[in-house]
Design a protein around this ligand. Structure first.
Ligand SMILES: Cc1cc2nc3c(=O)[nH]c(=O)nc-3n(C[C@H](O)[C@H](O)[C@H](O)COP(=O)(O)O)c2cc1C
Ligand code: SF4
Length: 487
């Protein structure tokens, strides 16, 4: 993963852990209305893909165990990982693109209800993504994948040449020569793997996205509701389809690109369809980017506009992330696909402990505060959720006290210690296992390996009945907290 060149080391710290009395009176543990739901407090675990579904997208026992472990810490909201709305092969990612996924998802809801003693509200993040190919072996690229055009034929120069001769010639060119023979997209396909964009209007399925996506999201949301989820989060963030529509890099000329009004249109139409399908009383919100953090990408001003549009349209919450784009991702190895969290924008999304002077804690706060202020100025009280490097009580309190956000989402800290919430509320913050932000978990995610935390995955491997990673070397969920029964 890319890291800021300054390489200043920042250590997470506990600051002061509150007594049970102080915690109970805190803002963090004060109630908040999220649409029709009154949450007892403002603790929230955002979506994290753990790579535990079957290859055809079904819930497994490992998926149930993963969410059960988070639910034991009883956060107010737990958001299930990005779950595909289409019924297409997408590796071990959860899917919700057909009714056959409902029984497994229903089981997941039941497990979380039981483990949290009915306290945790379970949301699910709904995602659509476009196709991305692995970086090809150059020989295969020139032999099989590259679509020969007149431009290549002209560059070759001799009329009447066979395709095989042109392909062999191209395969033999030096990198510097390829620059003038291949287009930017062809070079990208060679060096990073071909990636579809929402602006590929020559492709019918891309052109038709504004027609296809609202019903696909709507049907997926109905299945979420049928499965018993308490809410849905529309994934409008990071490197995926909906975020690409919001981006200024979306130059579509069909009314769904260009100026902010065009770029937001599909996001609003998807929301309208989901709302129409689920009714006024079902919690629906979205996650989007406070800042794309790439050259030519969406700025905080764009996000202010989108936030106001979403809030005025009636969304029940706005969850803000940042960065995480393909545009600046590192070149993948041959045979692997690009990963949107490996470049500078990926760092903004999941900052690690070697950082710049700004550090990894609360990098999204300034932008979140601006966006929340814009939403309030538009007379909307929609809760705004922030995330990024928040790991101790004092930070969370300060965010809420200063009005930067209404809810604090905690991802990696909750992975490091799923009992974080309960420990603090019961005055035992001293027992929290603090995330050290090394991004070991994120590196596993990048390789599509089962995600665990280095602070506990080698602990008590002989505990009876635990599930382990495919190589048997890591436990898949955090060990139980000895104090959990005493609260
Ligand atoms: C392993 C892993 C998987 C993630 N998967 C998702 C995801 O499915 N959807 C999403 O919106 N964000 C995802 N994220 C980003 C987190 O939700 C969160 O925004 C990010 O980690 C920053 O918050 P933190 O500093 O509290 O970890 C993932 C993060 C990690 C570490
Ligand atoms: S592996 Fe654990 S300690 Fe390291 S960043 Fe992930 S959650 Fe934090």
């Amino acid at each position: 993963m890319w890291r800021p060149p300054e390489r200043i080391r920042h250590d997470s710290g506990p600051a002061d852990w509150p007594s049970a009395q102080t915690a109970a009176a805190s803002r963090l543990f004060s109630p908040i209305q999220v649409g029709p739901l009154l949450l007892p407090h403002r603790t929230w675990i955002p979506a994290m893909v753990p790579w535990r579904a079957t290859d055809d997208g079904f819930v497994t026992q490992d998926v149930l165990d993963w969410y059960e472990r988070f639910a034991q810490g009883r956060p107010a909201v737990l958001v299930v990982e990005a779950t595909g709305i289409r019924d297409v092969p997408s590796g071990p990612l959860l899917r919700i693109g057909d009714d056959r996924f409902i029984p497994g998802l229903r089981q997941l809801v039941e497990v979380v209800r039981r483990a949290s003693r009915g306290e945790t509200r379970l949301f699910i993040q709904l995602i659509d993504f476009l196709s991305i190919r692995r970086r090809p072996d150059p020989a295969r690229y020139f032999a099989d994948f590259l679509v020969l055009t007149d431009h290549h034929r002209r560059a070759f120069g001799t009329s009447g040449a066979t395709d095989a001769q042109i392909r062999a010639w191209l395969a033999g060119l030096a990198r510097s020569e390829l620059d003038s023979v291949l287009s930017g997209r062809e070079l990208e396909a060679l060096e990073h793997g071909a990636r579809e964009r929402v602006t590929d209007m020559h492709l019918e399925h891309i052109r038709d996205l504004p027609l296809q996506l609202p019903p696909l999201f709507g049907a997926a949301a109905r299945r979420a509701c049928k499965s018993g989820f308490d809410g849905v989060e529309l994934h409008y963030a990071h490197a995926y389809t909906m975020a690409s529509f919001l981006s200024p890099l979306n130059t579509r000329a069909d009314g769904y690109g260009g100026a902010v009004e065009g770029r937001v249109r599909l996001a609003l139409e998807v929301y309208a369809r989901v709302r129409a399908d689920l009714g006024a009383d079902f919690p629906i919100g979205c996650r989007f980017l406070a800042d794309e953090c790439i050259e030519g990408g969406g700025s905080v001003s764009d996000a202010e506009y989108f936030a106001c549009e979403f809030a005025m349209a009636g969304m029940d919450f706005l969850s803000l992330s940042r960065g995480g784009k393909f545009d600046d991702a590192q070149q993948p190895k041959v045979g692997t696909a690009a990963y949107p969290y490996t470049g500078p924008s990926g760092y903004e999304c999941m900052p690690s402990y070697y950082s710049d002077a700004k550090g990894p804690f609360g990098r999204n706060l300034h932008a979140t505060a601006r966006i929340r202020a814009a939403v309030r100025a538009a007379n909307c009280s929609t809760p705004v959720i922030t995330s990024g490097g928040i790991h101790n009580f004092a930070q969370a309190e300060a965010v809420l006290a200063s009005g930067q956000a209404d809810v604090v989402a905690i991802a990696r800290q909750a992975l490091a210690d799923p009992d974080w919430f309960t420990k603090i509320l019961s005055g035992r913050g001293g027992q929290v296992r603090l995330c050290i932000y090394t991004n070991y978990c994120e590196a596993l995610d990048q390789r599509h390996r089962q995600v665990t935390c280095e602070l506990w995955d080698r602990e008590a491997l002989d505990e009876p009945g635990i599930s382990k990673s495919a190589d048997g070397k890591r436990r898949l969920v955090a060990p139980p907290w000895a104090g959990s029964s005493g609260d």
